[in-house]
Design a protein around this ligand. Structure first.
Ligand code: MGD
Ligand code: MGD
Ligand code: SF4
Ligand code: MO
Length: 668
């Protein structure tokens, strides 16, 4: 029997709508859903691979456990869960719950995330980690300090924006990070059709090629561009009425940016005067603007400062929650918050190895995880849908630390680099084999979408919520509410739990042929989030960091970052059938290549103060001199060797510096 099922893509959070043709339990075709209000029929190359992943030989079918000879061998579920429960019980009883940690990465399994956080709440451990702290934690910190709330996700109003400024993000390839852009070319063209798009990036990215203007700053100096704009706009061009009603500490902001006149900004950023003045004129002309920042900003040592000034710029121009600016998607308030965030104390006590670094967004920063293990505070780590071995800095240090853990249990769809080091590995459903409920708050619309399982589960794969609930049972915990029996319920029952906070009945969401849209709440932040309806324009902690940002040395050559169309971080980096595994290159500008005597195709050793790697050089005229890039997500070469968890951590968030690290090149 052939049928077509409406679903959405779960290869990244952009959640594009898809229609999958299923023939006798096999997905045979996938196309973009033209009726989807946000993605409008778009799917990218990774989304198309959702079909092939189901029966991909690289994908796990059986639980694995380490045998006495140190090999990972197939076992049945009972054996694997029973052994894991026994070891976790021992640790819980001999240490404290703190010793059991959880790391969740980018996998889009919504019911798994729910179950994992319920499990941690049940165990009573604060040791939770997510990839947000090696990605864009500045975007949690800054609204917390300026608006008193951690999760504000600004969205772009594509209907009214006439000036879009994109800093360190390549949404045409990545579809965005903290804010997502399905169908990016269509949306960007909507804006260039009526206005301007300016991109600031050391590479002339695919996004920059569609923009009206492209500027390349010296790495990590984006904050100075924004400070200059604010300084000049406060003299002429600010929305003083908005500031009077909705901001405080304007004078402190004015003082903080005062030193960023044209001359000093040119010196700091390496931009020329005409470009800076041109950008200022554009902001004055359009009066309001939307600014999107990506990982090129948040992974730099100056990430928090830039993100703060970007917020301030949009406040100074009265751009938030007004036509032509950015608005905030209030969909996050629909999440069953206690279920998804085991501990919501925002700046609660820090991790034991680094008590000086607070707890943020209900988690500890990934950068302290090796130290937590080395110092004996963490004895077991559960990893769900993440791959720290290729996502974190200093893989050698991490590998040694993970090797000391009595328990490293990994829930994944493949034998990832982290799974290879595990004590227990649990095979999970690939996206089309499971139901999911998305409330993608990062998008330019407030909506929820349910997808039923599109094809039946293969092999011995089991839903993550099921295996976690069965593990919990063995630990004497009940993580499914209302006494639900994991053996008697299905994916849909768990999605119904996730839907509890939605302003719609579960049946409505479940039975809807596509996403259900909700009205955006007008001026939601202004009316209900801001203390006294006012933004704090100059939080002291961030003002203090501005001096640090300015005093940083300007290395000749630095590491940037880069994403490629074929894979999301390490997902889909494996080889499959006739498709070879993608291999990362060292991308560099012809000028930097010449200076280092490097030719296209040369093997080059890249060395930073933290380590080195060897990669094949790829000269690219789109790269600006001064920045090189090696994509992350690979075991070999692993760009993590060039970055560190034992140096240069951000004092406010513990975020490691992943871009802007000084490097040198040598042909080998
Ligand atoms: N130097 C440098 N380092 C970086 C970055 C950078 O730009 N430069 N980027 C950082 C960023 S932004 C991030 S988010 C992190 C990535 O951090 P992680 O999320 O830890 O890394 P991923 O490689 O995305 O890991 C995803 C894992 O989930 C598995 N997986 C995929 N689909 C599913 C599924 O449906 N179910 C389950 N259970 N598992 C699944 C994959 O096989 C993979 O092992 O890396 C960070 N590290
Ligand atoms: N195909 C694909 N899509 C993905 C992913 C993937 O791995 N592959 N990963 C997903 C994840 S987890 C995330 S977080 C998002 C991230 O999405 P993006 O933030 O868009 O990530 P990138 O495409 O790496 O773009 C970062 C840009 O920052 C630039 N940059 C580096 N240093 C600086 C700097 O100092 N200043 C400025 N202004 N720019 C700088 C780089 O040149 C690069 O173009 O993408 C998601 N989507
Ligand atoms: S951008 Fe690509 S991977 Fe992401 S949801 Fe859309 S189709 Fe899937
Ligand atoms: Mo990310």
């Amino acid at each position: 029997m052939t049928e077509t099922i409406t679903s959405y893509c779960r290869m990244c959070p952009a959640s594009c709508g898809v229609r999958v043709t299923v023939d006798n339990g096999a997905a045979v075709r996938l196309a973009g859903d033209r009726d989807h209000p946000v993605s409008r029929g778009y799917v990218c190359p990774k989304g198309r691979r959702m079909v092939g992943v189901v029966d991909d030989p690289a994908v796990l079918d059986e639980p694995l456990m380490r045998d006495p000879r140190g090999r990972l061998v197939p076992v049945d579920w009972d054996t694997a869960l029973g052994d894991l429960a026994e070891k976790l019980s021992l640790i819980r009883d001999s240490c404290e719950p703190y010793a059991i940690g959880l790391y969740t990465g980018t996998s889009q399994d919504t019911t798994a995330r729910y179950a994992a956080s319920r499990l941690m709440s049940g165990i009573g451990s604060p040791s939770t980690y997510t990839s947000t702290t090696v990605d864009s934690i500045a975007k949690i910190l800054v609204p917390k300090l300026m608006a008193g709330r951690e999760r504000l996700v600004p969205a772009v109003d594509f209907e009214t924006t006439t000036l879009l400024l994109v800093i360190g993000e390549n949404m045409v390839v990545s579809h965005g990070g903290f804010s997502y852009f399905p169908n990016p070319v269509w949306y960007l063209r909507k804006i260039t059709g009526r206005g301007e798009v300016w991109v600031i990036d050391p590479r002339r990215t695919e996004t920059a090629r569609l923009a009206t203007h492209h500027l390349s700053t010296r790495s990590g100096t984006d904050f100075a561009v924004i400070a200059y704009l604010i300084r000049e706009l406060l003299r002429d061009g600010a929305d003083h009425e908005y500031l009077r009603l909705h901001a405080r500490r304007i004078e402190e902001l004015r003082n903080a940016v005062e030193r960023f006149d044209l001359g000093s900004t040119v010196r700091c950023t390496g931009l020329d005067r005409a470009n800076l003045e041109g950008l200022l004129r554009a902001v004055r002309r359009h009066r309001r603007l939307a600014v999107v920042t990506g990982t090129g900003v948040t992974m730099a040592a100056t990430g928090n400062v830039t993100e703060w000034l970007v917020y301030a710029l949009q406040i100074v121009t009265g751009s938030f929650e007004r036509p032509g600016g950015r608005w905030f998607n209030h969909g996050a308030t629909f999440w069953p918050s206690r279920a998804t965030a085991p501990d919501t104390s925002q700046f609660g006590p820090g991790p034991k190895s680094h008590p000086e670094i607070g707890r943020i967004a209900g988690q500890f920063p990934c950068s302290v995880l090796p130290a937590e293990i080395e110092q004996g505070f963490l004895r077991a780590l559960l990893v769900m849908g993440g791959n720290p071995m290729v996502a974190f800095p200093q893989p050698d240090r991490l590998a040694a630390a993970l090797g000391r853990l009595p328990v490293l249990a990994v829930w994944d769809i493949v034998r990832s680099a982290t799974a290879e080091r595990a004590s227990h590995v649990f095979p999970c459903p690939t996206p089309l084999e499971r139901a999911d409920l998305a409330v993608p708050v990062q998008l330019s619309s407030v909506f929820a979408q349910y997808s039923p399982p599109v094809v039946p589960l293969r092999g011995h794969r089991r839903p993550v919520w099921w295996s976690m609930a069965k593990l919990a049972e063995r630990l004497g915990l009940d993580i499914l509410p209302g006494g639900l029996d994991p053996d008697a319920c299905c994916d849909e029952d768990i999605c119904a739990l996730l839907a509890q906070g939605l302003p719609a009945h579960w049946e409505q969401v479940r039975d809807s042929p596509g996403p259900i849209e909700f009205a955006a709440e007008e001026r939601w932040v202004e009316r209900t989030v801001l203390p006294d309806g006012r933004w704090d324009l100059a939080p002291a902690a961030l003002v203090d960091r501005l001096a640090y940002a300015l005093d940083r040395p300007a290395p000749e050559l630095v590491l940037g970052n880069r994403r490629e169309r074929t894979h999301t971080n390490s997902t889909l980096t494996w080889s499959t059938g006739s498709r070879p595994a993608p291999a990362p290159h060292l991308y560099l500008s012809p000028a930097d290549a010449e200076a280092a005597g490097v030719h296209n195709g040369d093997w080059v050793q890249v060395t930073s103060p933290h380590g080195s790697l060897t990669a094949i050089a790829c000269l690219e005229s789109a790269m600006s001199p001064g920045t090189v890039a090696v994509p992350h997500g690979f075991t070999e070469p692993n760009v993590g060797h060039l970055t560190a968890t034992d140096a240069g951590l951000d004092p406010l968030t513990g975020m490691p510096t992943l871009v802007g690290v000084p490097v040198t090149l040598r042909v080998v």
